[in-house]
Design a protein. Structure first.
Length: 280
């Protein structure tokens, strides 16, 4: 009996010690549902792993990266650009975009842009030769602009409160595609945190809403319908929130961490359901 007890203890110790521990870092981080997403994802894949949220302030970012050089983690707002200074290498997309949302062995990757692309395809949204507007000029805006260029959109315009950031992103875009301002955009994307829980009454300016034929995309997923999307829905426009992009970028991150393709193994709808059940 004693030997049996010792064997069970050693089994669970070995099982726990071999368990991968991953996380997402950001500031703020309470709104994130990435832990819920990964719990369902790892359950589906039958993977022994834990995933947690870590509130890391900018002042602690460098020390976190140094302590976690051999670890795997995601990066969210506002650290996607700052983290680059603490990494040893970048993949081609992260280098082009200048933003990282996935780290493995202190190398930075960008799965946001591909997650955005896959979310468009899943919802039958074709941006080819479309006039696009992006609200915001941060790391997420850069990833989306990169994706739109890859998908051969007609033009991209940037709207942002900080003039310097807008000009910087516009200059990068101009080297690859047209940029100009108009009132008649085909697709309008909010890449900012305006309207994110708990500040659900906030919204970007509504001057973009001109036709029910427009498409409005908000990278925010909590709440499911931001004020920005509700205003667009009132005129009958098609709207899309950021849940699909969130799920796809997470799956793509895990493909990097695990070194194998996962999309065909995943029940996407079950992951989405698990997230939506937790949304305020």
């Amino acid at each position: 009996m004693y030997c049996s007890f010792i064997s069970r203890v050693l089994y669970y110790y070995k099982k726990d010690s071999s368990m991968k521990i991953r996380s997402v870092i950001g500031d703020p981080i309470a709104h994130s549902l990435s832990d819920v997403l990964h719990k369902e994802l790892y359950s589906q894949l039958d993977i022994q792993a834990k995933y947690s949220k870590k509130h890391i302030k900018e002042i602690d970012l460098e020390s976190f990266a140094l302590k976690n050089k051999a670890h795997e983690y995601n990066v969210t707002i506002p650290h996607k650009e700052k983290i680059i200074q603490s990494l040893d290498a970048l993949d081609s997309s992260a280098l082009s975009v200048g933003a990282v949302n996935c780290v493995k062995d202190n190398k930075g990757y960008n799965t946001d842009w591909k997650g955005f692309v896959l979310s468009l395809k899943k919802n039958n949204i074709d941006v080819s030769q479309k006039k696009c507007a992006i609200i915001g000029a941060g790391a997420t805006a850069k990833s989306i602009a990169y994706a739109l260029i890859e998908l051969r959109c007609k033009s991209i315009s940037i709207y942002n409160r900080t003039h310097e950031n807008r000009i910087s992103l516009e200059n990068w875009i101009r080297s690859k595609i047209k940029t100009y301002n108009t009132k008649n955009y085909d697709i309008i994307i909010n890449s900012t945190s305006l309207g994110m829980w708990p500040n659900i009454l906030e919204s970007p300016m509504i001057r973009f809403i001109t036709s029910k034929d427009q498409i409005f995309y908000d990278v925010i997923y909590n709440p499911i319908k931001t004020k920005f999307l509700k205003e667009a829905q009132e005129i009958g426009a098609k709207t899309l929130n950021g849940i699909d992009m969130l799920i796809y970028q997470a799956i793509l991150s895990n493909e990097i961490w695990l070194g194998k393709k996962l999309l065909h193994q995943i029940n996407f709808n079950d992951i989405k359901k698990s997230i939506m059940e937790k949304i305020c």
